[in-house]
Structures are given as structure tokens and as C-alpha cells.
Design a protein around this ligand. Structure first.
Ligand code: GNR
Ligand code: NI
Length: 176
């Protein structure tokens, strides 16, 4: 298994629209394993293939408290949505930024597992939020796209500042 690099906003590759998965081969299983390792190591509850620069319709998540219930959704489709919920969201591609986002409360999702077998389930609460957040990534959308352009610009500047501070920190720690 391998930990993959997560793209960060405003990387234009995060705007790529993913293509359906067509082959359920060993490469797909390796990618799923690598995405789960990447998600757990980053302490995320979900990860879309787009975030690791693979533009296929595939997402993984684990919304369990014990972080031991990995779930895989290949070519996911939302068949039905009902109700509304507002949840504070974060994103591994927008580190350190949190904002309230309005999503459907209940959804019915149809998808395939890593073996290409079809399943359908009804989700609510955080599980439903997470699937909707990840499916947005697959069409090139981030949760900050729901904010006003002004706020999104503030996010861009804050991330730039964070990155500069991190680079300076790394420099300060250089031992020669
Ligand atoms: O780790 C994550 N937490 C989270 C919290 C609220 C709503 C959505 C998420 S998903 C996010 C991981 C991520 O960026 N997935 O794309
Ligand atoms: Ni995200």
C-alpha cells in the first residue's frame, strides 16, 4: 500500500470531472487500498479519487467513530434526496478551513463495490453529508464553491499564508 499526495485548493486539477470506472481489476483494488491508507493517515472521514489526481468515479469513506468501517463506492449515483441538513464541513483539499454547507438529509445511493457488484443503500446524517461532499469532488466541485466569491478569496489567501508559514518553518528547521 502507498500513501498518495492530496491535491489542495486552488489546484485546477481539482476541477476535473471524473470518468466512470470500467475495469474492476487489480489496479482498481490497489487504488482503493492506497486511498483508504491516505484517508486514514490524513485523519479524514472520506476521500474522492479526484483528490489524489485520479479522475475516475470512485470514493472511499469511513464515518465510524472507531475508524474501522471502510466503505467503497464506485460509479455512485444518488437516486433520491429528501430533506435538508446544515453541517460544518472540512476538506483534506482545503486544510484548516471549515464552513456550514446545506445538503440533503436523506439520500438513496446506488453504486458498485470494488468487485463491480451493485448495491443500493439509504443514508442519513453525516454519512449522507460525506457521500454528497465526495460526489461533488467527482464533478470538480469543492465545499468552498458554495461560499460567496469574497469568502472563497479569503480562503485562498488564508491557505497561501499557511503554506508560506509552513515553508518558513521548514527552512528554520534546516540543520546544516
Ligand atoms: O475529513 C473530512 N471531514 C468532513 C467533515 C464534514 C463534512 C465532510 C467531510 S469530508 C472530509 C474529507 C474530505 O475532504 N473528503 O473529500
Ligand atoms: Ni473533500
Amino acid at each position: 500500500m502507498a500513501k498518495l499526495k492530496i491535491l489542495e485548493f486552488p489546484d485546477p486539477r481539482l476541477k476535473t470531472v471524473a470518468e466512470p470506472v470500467e475495469s474492476f481489476d487489480e489496479d482498481l483494488k490497489t487504488l482503493v487500498g492506497d486511498m483508504l491508507e491516505t484517508m486514514y493517515s490524513a485523519r479524514g472521514i472520506g476521500l474522492a479519487a479526484t483528490q489524489v489526481n485520479v479522475h475516475k468515479r470512485l470514493l472511499v469513506l469511513d464515518v465510524s467513530e472507531t475508524q474501522d468501517q471502510p466503505r467503497v463506492y464506485v460509479n455512485p449515483e444518488i437516486m433520491e434526496r429528501e430533506g435538508e441538513q446544515v453541517h460544518e464541513e472540512g476538506c483534506l483539499s482545503v486544510p484548516g478551513i471549515y464552513a456550514n454547507v446545506k445538503r440533503a438529509e436523506n439520500i438513496i445511493v446506488r453504486a458498485l463495490n470494488a468487485d463491480g457488484e451493485k448495491f443500493e443503500e439509504q443514508l442519513e446524517g453525516l454519512h449522507a453529508v460525506c457521500v454528497q461532499h465526495e460526489m461533488d469532488h467527482l464533478v470538480g466541485r469543492l465545499f468552498v464553491d458554495y461560499l460567496s466569491p469574497l469568502k472563497r478569496n479569503m480562503v485562498r489567501k488564508k491557505l497561501e499564508k499557511q503554506r508560506k508559514a509552513a515553508a518558513k518553518e521548514a527552512e528554520d528547521h534546516l540543520v546544516i
